[in-house]
Design a protein around this ligand. Structure first.
Ligand SMILES: Nc1ncnc2c1ncn2[C@@H]1O[C@H](COP(=O)(O)OP(=O)(O)OP(=O)(O)O)[C@@H](O)[C@H]1O
Ligand SMILES: Nc1nc2c(c(=O)[nH]1)N[C@H]1C(S)=C(S)[C@@H](COP(=O)(O)O)O[C@H]1N2
Length: 199
């Protein structure tokens, strides 16, 4: 089911103020740093910094999936209840299928960090052969959500969502993704682990 194409990830920072230079964007650097540390599979990225405008978010997501061929797209920002927060609406508007478990688990994970976790309306969807996930705008939320929470000895206390992403990408026909287990341990059923990669 998986294919040998190089993994391509779309990173989208959605912020009125960062996109107009009021403050420096910390979303794209935080996402890039996290993936650089977490992935052992070769990958490339396409990144975009855009304002909280629903039409622009939708066209950016469509471009990343339909033209750029990204296998995975992560957005950061615009998931809350404020009037300008429209990332979930834009993501649902371009979705072929909704993956409710991602939104549910991300909020659950975030509760281990902040009581305001429930204010994020973040969603996960599939468009064509790509998984699109919303992360909150606080730059620290990127690592928290993807990686989860570890004890001082490195033991996982709360499993981050990234554990489930490689297998999801397998199932929608994308490349086989491997991770650095010290950052995040991916999970696949035994039957889905490629023999050359199995330990
Ligand atoms: N791209 C970013 N770079 C740095 N900090 C950010 C970024 N996006 C959000 N933040 C921080 O996280 C907070 C919550 O993010 P949220 O997406 O709700 O932004 P906001 O308050 O709607 O404002 P804006 O869209 O102008 O960033 C922001 O107030 C800001 O402190
Ligand atoms: N992991 C994590 N989740 C989080 C947060 C955070 O700091 N860490 N911030 C919360 C807050 S304060 C808000 S308002 C919502 C929505 O944030 P957004 O509008 O920046 O996307 O995400 C929530 N989820």
């Amino acid at each position: 089911m998986s294919n040998p194409t190089k993994l391509k990830i779309g990173l989208v920072s959605i912020s009125d103020r960062a996109s107009t230079g009021v403050y420096e964007d910390k979303g794209l650097p935080a996402l890039t740093e996290w993936f650089t540390n977490a992935l052992t599979t070769p990958w490339e990225m396409v990144s975009k910094l855009i304002p909280d405008e629903q039409a622009e978010i939708e066209s950016t997501l469509k471009n990343l999936v339909d033209e750029e061929g990204c296998h995975l797209v992560l957005t950061t920002g615009g998931t809350g209840p404020a009037i300008r927060d429209v990332t979930p609406e834009a993501t649902l508007a371009v979705a072929d299928r909704v993956m409710p478990g991602f939104g549910e688990q991300m909020r659950q994970i975030s509760l281990a960090f902040v009581p305001t976790a429930i204010l994020s309306r973040q969603v996960g969807v599939i468009r064509k052969q790509s998984l699109i996930l919303n992360l909150p705008g606080q730059p620290k939320a990127i690592k928290e959500t993807l990686e989860g929470l570890k004890a001082e000895d490195g033991k996982s206390l709360v499993q981050g969502i990234f554990a489930a992403i490689p297998y999801c990408i397998d199932l929608i026909g994308g490349p086989y993704i491997e991770t650095n287990p010290e950052v995040v341990k991916s999970f696949r059923p035994k039957s889905a682990i490629k023999p050359t990669f199995a330990s």
